[in-house]
Write a protein that binds this ligand. Structure first.
Ligand code: M6R
Length: 607
């Protein structure tokens, strides 16, 4: 989604602003722009397309000034053309905005009636005109900003600069995140700490409803009631090095190969390496007596939730419901007071999931958040946080966040089984051993890189692809299909293997590759029958299985990818790796923009 950077600086602002935008590129965007104050006047440069196009504009027409704002726009209202790119400006103010102004049509009509002329199709431009009218009516910029915010409905973050006020930056957060960076004689605002990583390590996060007056030496924060407040300043551990590609060609590739390390980092928080005992942070509920768990998430995080569903019910005999966040509130779910709702999210900012969290909280549920960004809104609003330790995930297609989410859910299912006494000590011990071995086994799967690259040759020419799996392999089939769609733009569906004969079998043809995930678990023989059915209809199967499975069914497949044998409980984590790499190599073969696939945003902060 859109990204915001702002600076009240000491030196040239434009290079720092453009650099900040580059670090927000991962969020997804289709135009970019920057505005600064040059001798007190607002000047701006904007371009549709990539930041490189904006850089060309800035190189052709340099932009001076020490105070400015910049933006990457992910189009919602109006096409991704230069006119709609931010900053939006009048002669008095320039603004950048992330989110949606729900009452923009009403405001636009009101402002047009006052003679304001609009230059874009965006909802955002009303903010610039509203501020201008208030300043023209005699209000000081700070008061005008506070008053303008009261007229805006919706979820957003906004930053503004004002002509003639070179030591002033105004910003606000309502729904969309915004961080303040503290420098020495200079201050920054950014959509996240990554944007500000090389500029400062001192960060504070605005609370929802906060608005802030920033100068080169001061930061004055007000809450939603305009009362002056303080927000803790934290040292962020993020550095430029953490967000580099290293020796990899793409962030996604780097993040796939980081998985043994980050899964290990995550598991170590929950599983004691010496005793193999699993411990969770203090929960706001008693697992022994809990009746039910509600899991809620979007996209890849939702598929992690589906695996969690199997695990928690199977191991702990604890009923679980899993919902897609964007549907959750609207189906008016029955949520027992004091029950546990768990929200799974890499970013911790996905607005559908965050709104679902707030809905559950309002119904008296206790809230657990499985998030990768510790300072995120979900982390801050939850009763307990079960962190994933994936480190910054930049590739739009989620990979290491997913397997670390699975690692947390596996630990949770284990702890719940132990608390509820649903498994014998021997079975728990065997399971702890299997969990403990995951990082090493993931490394072994990554070593199958070449076989996966070869299988990608079969998939790349296809228009449609089917992924099949049973049990916990079914969510991984859906995740594999999502990865392929996202980065290679090939249509793909993930299906429960047993459901194929109820419809999708009509699609089987020699040009529709069928990727079958078939670990040696209790469902293997049944999945093998589905492979036979596919083969009998001329389908080409890519079989992902262990040596035993390949010995039994490999002869029916066009290609096989061998995964180490493992306890069936951990197979979803291991089988995630080949589907990620397969999508990656298909995308490489097709020459798509792997880290920034078209139309997608890393963190979806609009409904
Ligand atoms: O940050 P979140 O985990 O809440 O994001 C949820 C989805 O938007 C995300 O998983 C999306 O589906 C990814 N692009 C998948 O690769």
């Amino acid at each position: 989604m859109c990204g915001i950077v702002g600076i009240v600086g000491k030196g040239a602002a434009t290079p720092l602003l453009v650099d900040g935008l580059k670090r927000l590129e991962y969020r997804g965007y289709d135009s970019a722009g920057v505005a600064t104050l040059v001798k007190g006047k607002i000047e701006r440069r904007r371009a549709s397309g990539r930041i490189a196009a904006l850089e060309e504009r800035v190189n052709a027409e340099p932009l001076g000034g020490r105070t400015g704002i910049a933006h990457t726009r992910w189009a919602t209202h109006g096409a991704p053309v230069e006119n709609n790119a931010h900053p939006h400006a009048t002669d008095k103010v320039a603004i950048v905005h992330n989110g949606i102004i729900e009452n923009f049509a009403e405001l636009k009509a009101e402002l047009a009636a006052k003679g304001r002329v609009f230059a874009s199709e965006t909802d955002s431009e009303v903010i610039a005109h509203l501020l201008t009218v208030l300043i023209d009516e005699g209000m000081a910029p700070e008061a005008a900003f506070g008053a303008a915010l009261k007229r805006l409905h919706g979820a957003f973050a906004v930053a503004a600069i004002v002509a003639g006020h070179e030591d002033l930056l105004l910003a606000a957060r309502r729904g969309s995140p915004l961080a303040i960076g503290y420098g020495d004689g200079e201050m920054f605002v950014g959509s996240d700490a990554l944007a500000l990583a090389p500029l400062t390590r001192k960060i504070s996060y605005l609370d929802d409803g906060d608005w802030v007056v920033v100068t080169g030496s001061t930061v004055t924060i007000h809450d939603h009631n305009d009362i002056q407040v303080t927000r803790a300043i934290k040292e962020t551990a993020l550095s430029g090095a953490l967000i580099g590609k290293g020796n990899f060609q793409h962030f996604m590739q780097k993040e796939i190969f980081e998985q043994p390390a980050v899964i290990g980092d995550t598991l170590r928080v929950y599983v004691n390496p010496a005793t193999r005992a699993v411990a969770l942070p203090d929960l706001p509920v008693d697992l022994k007596t809990l009746n039910r768990i509600q899991l809620v998430a979007c996209g890849t995080s939702y598929y992690a939730g589906l695996v969690g569903h199997y695990w928690i019910e199977r191991l702990a005999r604890l009923p679980v419901d899993v919902d897609i966040a964007s549907e959750f509130r609207y189906r008016d779910p029955i949520l027992e007071k004091g029950g546990l709702s768990m929200f799974v999210s890499q970013s911790g900012e996905t607005i559908d999931t965050l709104s679902a969290l707030r809905h559950a909280k309002a119904q008296g549920q206790k809230i657990a958040a499985i998030v990768n960004v510790p300072e995120s809104s979900m982390a801050r609003e939850a009763d307990v946080v079960l962190p994933t330790h994936a480190g910054p995930e930049i590739g739009v297609a989620s990979t290491k966040a997913f397997t670390t989410q699975l690692s947390v859910l596996a630990s949770f299912a284990f702890a719940a089984a132990k608390a509820r006494g649903t498994m014998s000590a021997a079975a728990l011990n065997e399971l702890a051993g299997a969990i403990y071995e995951i990082p090493e086994k993931v490394s072994a799967v990554l070593a199958m890189d070449e076989a996966i690259r070869a299988a990608a040759e079969i998939v790349a020419p296809a228009r449609d692809v089917l992924y099949l799996g049973r049990g916990t392999s079914y969510p991984i089939a859906m995740e594999g299909a999502l990865k392929l769609k996202e980065i290679s733009y090939i249509h793909a569906e993930g299906y429960p293997a047993g459901e194929m004969k109820h419809g999708p079998i009509a699609l089987i043809a020699s040009d529709v590759p069928v990727i079958v995930l078939a670990p040696s678990d209790e469902w293997f023989e049944k999945t093998a029958s589905n492979i036979q059915e596919t083969k009998a209809r001329g389908g080409q199967v890519i079989l992902i299985a262990d040596a035993k499975g390949i010995a039994k069914a490999g002869s029916l497949a066009t290609a096989t990818i061998e995964i180490p044998e493992s306890h069936p409980f951990v197979t979803p984590i291991l089988y995630s790796i080949p589907v990620q790499l397969l999508a990656y190599y298909v995308a490489i073969r097709k020459g798509t923009d792997v880290d920034k696939p078209r139309n997608l945003a890393k963190s979806v902060t609009v409904e």
